[in-house]
Ligand binder design. Structure first.
Ligand SMILES: [Zn+2]
Length: 243
């Protein structure tokens, strides 16, 4: 694996010649309650991306530390990029990687709001220049969380500043976690949630969805390893199709 943050140009040149695939984590600058930092989604996605790049001998790109987090803008510190800006970033990076001779790009997305711009950019890169992009949203997370977590999620597949995310942060960046401030909140979702734009601060006080208190670094490691393993299986199938 080569980390582009630390690599030199000749090292990257030789990785490209050997057919390396680029791996890009996409996070967000978004509130995660009183006990997790605003960088949570970036730290987590880069942690998983690093594991994946290691397994496939890929080239790990510096992560995108901003995302489309409009529905958390009612909480201080959240800073969003628009979907158009996000899509433009992925298009620019995809075109650049294609021009540099990379075989494909794997996007490891750590934030729900980024899904649409990533999927659209992947579609455009394929249609316009035939550059293959695979985008992953933590495959296996729901299954593993169901197996090892002691608390229930606030809503199905909704993991935000809860036991899942706090465990992953304890495994990846324990110095950034304030466990003494971890407190549960199970908000009542408004009837129209998902059918109209609703800011999360309109029905949640703390920014936490679920119960972070049972989180441990051990659970986080199981989640990260399991998600990476599931991702690598899917990536191998994707790359096999490319030949
Ligand atoms: Zn998050």
């Amino acid at each position: 694996m080569l980390d582009l943050h630390a690599a030199t140009s000749p090292e990257v040149k030789s990785a490209i010649e050997k057919g390396a695939v680029a791996v890009l984590a996409v996070g967000a600058q978004e509130q995660h309650g009183a006990h997790l930092p605003l960088s949570t989604d970036t730290v987590m996605s880069q942690g998983v991306a690093r594991r994946i790049a290691g397994a496939i001998d890929g080239l790990l790109l510096p992560p995108i530390a901003y995302g489309d987090a409009w529905n958390n803008e009612g909480f201080a510190g959240t800073l969003s990029l628009s979907p158009d800006t996000m899509r433009a970033i992925f298009l620019d990076l995809g075109r650049g990687l294609a021009r540099s001779g990379f075989k494909a790009l794997i996007i490891v997305n750590g934030h729900f709001g980024n899904r649409e711009p990533i999927a659209l950019a992947a579609r455009m890169l394929k249609a316009e220049i035939g550059f293959p992009v695979m985008h992953l949203d933590y495959p296996g997370m729901e299954r593993i969380a169901g197996e090892i977590c002691d608390s229930e999620p606030a809503a199905p597949t909704f993991y935000h500043a809860d036991e899942v995310e706090t465990s992953m942060m304890l495994a990846l960046a324990p110095d950034l976690v304030r466990m003494e401030k971890a407190a549960p909140e199970y908000p009542v979702f408004p009837a129209g949630f998902g059918t109209e734009p609703i800011g999360l601060d309109s029905f949640n006080r703390s920014g936490v969805f679920g119960d972070p208190r049972p989180a441990t670094a051990e659970k986080g490691e199981i989640l990260i390893a399991g998600i990476a393993e599931e991702s690598v299986k899917m990536i191998r199938l994707f790359l096999a199709k490319l030949g």
